[in-house]
Ligand binder design. Structure first.
Ligand SMILES: [Mg+2]
Length: 177
């Protein structure tokens, strides 16, 4: 039981926690050999369900590329038109309907960037999709404080409760928050 708990804790504990994408430790990541960034969309670079990208985000993504990082959008959204519009604005490749935390979509993104998963960092707001999926492929994981999980009903409530429990554990470990 303790081995299972340890594995669960490993999978749901991001390597870094940040208030938002702008405070992600890019210099450290580059210094540690990270060559590419996978970017979640909803709750990470835009508010959930939105398709307008702020100029601040455009500037931030541009600075990633100028620093030599390869960047790809990876979203679980099925709204291809919306993710394509965001990707076009940011001039990035994208994978939508990625089904994180399954590994297929993340592997597709790694292929698009022509990098191995262990050269990548995933930045996202959700423990049970972005962090869990990234950890399963041995990526470096950065969790940003995003918008709360959308949706109502028992399942959404349970997911929110579980993520809240793990997030509060992380807060006690990371001084950034
Ligand atoms: Mg998200």
């Amino acid at each position: 039981m303790s081995a299972l708990w340890s594995y669960l804790e490993y999978c749901l504990t991001p390597d870094e926690c940040c208030a938002d994408i702008f405070s992600a430790p890019l210099d450290e990541l580059i210094k540690n050999g990270v060559a590419g960034i996978l970017l979640d969309v909803d709750g990470t670079i835009v508010e959930s369900g939105m398709s307008e990208v702020s100029e601040e985000v455009v500037w931030w993504v541009r600075s990633l590329v100028e620093q030599g990082l390869k960047v790809c959008i990876v979203s679980n959204s099925r709204q291809k038109w919306r993710i394509a519009k965001i990707a076009e604005k940011l001039e990035l490749p994208y994978v939508c309907h990625a089904a994180k935390p399954l590994r297929g979509g993340l592997r597709r993104a790694a292929c698009l960037l022509e990098l191995n998963p262990n050269q990548l960092t995933i930045i996202g707001d959700r423990l049970l999709t972005d962090v869990l999926g990234g950890k399963r492929l041995r990526m470096f994981t950065v969790r940003v404080e995003g918008a709360n999980l959308h949706g109502r009903g028992l399942m959404a409530w349970l997911v929110r409760l579980l993520e809240g429990c793990f997030a509060s554990m992380h807060r006690s470990r990371f001084s950034r928050l």
